[in-house]
Ligand binder design. Sequence first.
Ligand SMILES: CC(C)(COP(=O)(O)OP(=O)(O)OC[C@H]1O[C@@H](n2cnc3c(N)ncnc32)[C@H](O)[C@@H]1OP(=O)(O)O)[C@@H](O)C(=O)NCCC(=O)NCCS
Length: 209
Amino acid sequence: MTWRVPYRIETERLVLRVYEVDDAEPLAAAVNASRAHLSRYLPWARGPEDLASARRAWIKSTRNEFDSGDEYTMGIFAREDGRLLGGTGFHPRTEPTRLDIGYWIAADARGKGYVTEAAAALTWVAFGLANARIVSIAHAPTNSTSAAVPQRLGFVRQDEPIGPCTDGADSVEAVVWFAGPEMLAREPLASIPRPRAFDAAGREMEWPA
Ligand SMILES: CC(C)(COP(=O)(O)OP(=O)(O)OC[C@H]1O[C@@H](n2cnc3c(N)ncnc32)[C@H](O)[C@@H]1OP(=O)(O)O)[C@@H](O)C(=O)NCCC(=O)NCCS
C-alpha cells in the first residue's frame, strides 16, 4: 500500500523533507557529532565513522523507498537557514492503516521542542492527508526523552506487547503510544496549526475541508 505522504512539510520552525544527495555531508557530520547521544537507542549510529559517500547511496535508497511507499524517511531542517537538525519519518506497520513515527535529533539541537513540533506535524499529515487510522510512537522503556514526545502531544500509552527495540546491547520490549484521528480535535494538537505540505512535484497539497 502506498500512502499519500508529502515530500516536504513546513511547520513554524522546521522543514521536514526527503533527503537530497547534497544532504549527505551535513548528515554524516551531524551523526558523527551526535554518536554518543544517538547510539544507545539507534543501532545504526554505532558503526564506524559515518561517511558522506555512504550517505549518498543511502539517500538514494531512501528516495526509492519513499517513492514506492515502503518507508518514508525525511530529514528535519531549520526553516530559517536550512541547517540539518535531525531525522524523522513514517514506518508503515503491519496493520494496513497504521503509521509509526520515528525520530532523532542532533546533539546540539536537543531541548528546543523541534522533535515535538515535527511529530505533531506528522500526526496531522498521517490523519489529514495520508489516511492513516492509527499513529504510533514506540521506544525503549528507559528512553524517557523519547516518551516525552508522544506524551506532550496527548498520545495514549498502551501496555501490550508490540515487539522488540534496542537499548544498548539489549533487545527489550518496546513501549508504544497511540493516537487516533479524533485527537486532532483535542488539545494540544487542535491548537497546533496544520503544516503546509507539498507533493513530489513541489505542488502544495490541499487539506480536506
Ligand atoms: C528522543 C529525542 C529525539 C528527543 O529529543 P528532544 O530534544 O528531547 O525533544 P524535543 O525536540 O521535542 O524537545 C523537548 C525539550 O525541549 C523543551 N522545549 C523548548 N522549547 C519547546 C517548545 N517550543 N515545544 C516543546 N518543547 C520545548 C522541552 O521542555 C523539552 O525539554 P526537557 O526535556 O528539558 O523537558 C532525542 O533525545 C534523541 O535524538 N535521542 C536519541 C535517539 C532516540 O532515542 N530516538 C528515538 C528512538 S525511539
